[in-house]
Design a protein around this ligand. Structure first.
Ligand SMILES: [Zn+2]
Length: 510
């Protein structure tokens, strides 16, 4: 048995919408990854003979943060050559990015997330080469094991509308024949057929779901409503029930995704999914910038989770999700950085800050978020969205996932005593203030250093791997994208965005 006491000047046990449970000189005692007791440090120290005591008056102990939507890109899309273009352009441009060693890139991503206090991540695995998908999933899962991070692992399936938002054959028919053939070859090599996807899920589930430490949840993932047939969506819902797991998916991330839903279904994608009987508490939507009031009601009624990605939505011109209204409606809203954080560093604490500042439309009566709500989004709500119901709070019986944040930058030289420690965290904390990260009772980061990962070694290996010239296949993909992009742009330029009635307004010409 291994045990430890974690303590700090403050311990944030659980965040609620309007307050948080905070203990002064608070501590937790954990055995083999399970929290046995939470209380004043002096009492716990007298009561338990722990193997190790970690902490001190210079720290605040918080629940491990949950990043509820991510793609495991350690190197950002900008580093790999993509500017922040509108989502629909950015996706196709991404095909031209050179390959990166998946193990190294995933480990690099884990180091950045852990450095900002993220102990659990929703990893939505993008498709690479269909023929290698099983192997890729194994590599990524192994990297998470190596990093010691808890992961909701959701490889996605995408089988239609793969270039733009219309049938692939129809779009390809307008391209020069040679280009169309090359694009078709790329699509066929890149996306796994739906039947094979289900077989892959069964295999992964059999091999990885029974983890005694509960560090892995295997989730299903249709890449988006319009990227799968209705039959596939129904089948995935059946699989979720059969395997008692969840479904994570992108939804109405951009206005074009809302419009294609209206064209395809004659109603919003959320309403269509509701008609299919797809909604439920095991379902989470990433982005959701373009949900409407009716969608929000359906999500709240069915217990659907919503994963907000503020930076990503700003960077890819998707917009600002109506999070303050979703929360008013009672929807469980979690937070993710989508491998696209504001400083290119996956700093979850800064993502929390952005979420706090973004939802503040003018007017004294307009809704906005409290710091406690943002803390709740990044902990308890994220735990619900990733189906790790045993994390997100520091309470007896929960898994011992906790973070020690240094108080120096938060409190010095002065912070008015009327400010709560949760306010201080959301207003001021950054990844560089994270000192120690404990996942399932194991210390993975201590004094700002990884205990078992060679962070610098990972960076140097990445540097070496990327110093080679582009391969023939990479050069061909780049040329393919350069030739294809004018057609993609032309496709969207003519779309009429219609009359809009935004939830938030920020200025006016009148
Ligand atoms: Zn995403």
């Amino acid at each position: 048995m291994s045990s430890s006491i974690l303590w700090g000047k403050y311990l944030v046990a659980r965040a609620y919408d309007d307050r948080s449970d905070i203990l002064s000189d608070g501590a937790l005692y954990q055995e083999d990854g399970t929290i046995v007791d939470v209380g004043p440090y002096s009492e716990l120290k007298a009561r338990y003979a722990a193997d190790e005591v970690i902490g001190g008056e210079q720290f605040v102990v918080i629940p491990g943060l949950v990043n509820a939507h991510h793609h495991g890109r350690g190197l950002t899309s900008f580093q790999m050559g993509s500017h922040d273009d509108p989502l629909e352009y950015w996706i196709t441009e991404g095909w031209g990015r050179r390959g990166v060693d998946l193990r190294l890139n995933t480990l690099y991503s884990c180091t950045k997330l852990i450095r900002s206090g993220v102990t659990t991540v929703m990893y939505n695995h993008p498709t690479g080469l269909a023929a290698r998908l099983k192997e890729e999933c194994e590599i990524a899962l192994k990297a998470f094991r190596e990093a010691g991070q808890r992961v909701a692992f959701s490889p996605y399936v995408r089988s239609q509308y793969r270039v733009v938002y219309e049938e692939d054959d129809r779009f390809l028919s307008r391209l020069p024949r040679d280009l169309a053939a090359r694009v078709k070859g790329f699509l066929d090599g890149g996306y796994i057929p739906e039947r094979e996807y289900l077989t892959l899920f069964e295999t992964l589930h059999r091999e990885h779901a029974k983890d005694p430490d509960h560090k892995v949840n295997l989730l299903l993932s249709p890449a988006n409503a319009h990227w799968c047939s209705d039959e596939t969506l129904r089948e995935l819902k059946r699989y979720a029930a059969r395997f008692k797991t969840g479904i994570h998916m992108h939804l109405v991330e951009s206005i074009y995704q809302k419009l294609i839903g209206l064209r395809l279904y004659g109603k919003t994608p959320v309403q269509h999914l509701n008609d299919l009987g797809f909604l439920g508490p095991e379902v989470s939507f990433a982005h959701g910038v373009w949900v409407n009031g009716e969608d929000m009601k359906l999500m709240a009624q069915n217990g659907v989770s919503f994963c907000h990605n503020p930076t990503s939505n700003l960077r890819l011109k998707s917009g600002i999700a109506p999070v303050a209204f979703l929360m008013q409606e009672g929807v469980n809203v979690a937070l993710g950085s989508d491998s696209s954080a504001i400083n290119e560093d996956e700093d979850m604490l800064q993502e929390m800050r952005l979420a706090h500042k973004l939802h503040r439309p003018p007017g004294v009566n307009s809704p906005s978020l409290t710091a406690d709500q943002v803390m709740k989004m990044a902990t308890v709500n994220g735990a619900t969205a990733t189906l790790f119901h045993d994390v997100g709070a520091l309470e007896k019986g929960k898994r011992a996932d906790a973070v020690l944040v240094r108080l120096q930058n938060l409190l010095e030289p002065y912070l008015d005593p009327s400010m709560s420690i949760v306010d201080a965290l959301v207003y001021r904390a950054r990844a560089l203030d994270v000192d120690t990260v404990v996942i399932n009772g194991h210390t993975v980061l201590k004094d700002g250093r990884f205990t078992h990962l060679d962070e610098q070694g990972i960076i140097q290996e990445l540097k070496r791997a990327l110093s080679r010239p582009l391969t023939q296949a990479e050069r061909e993909r780049l040329t393919l994208v350069q030739e294809l992009m004018p057609y993609v742009r032309r496709f969207y330029e003519s779309w009429d965005l219609g009359e809009l009635a935004p939830f938030y307004y920020y200025n006016s010409q009148r």
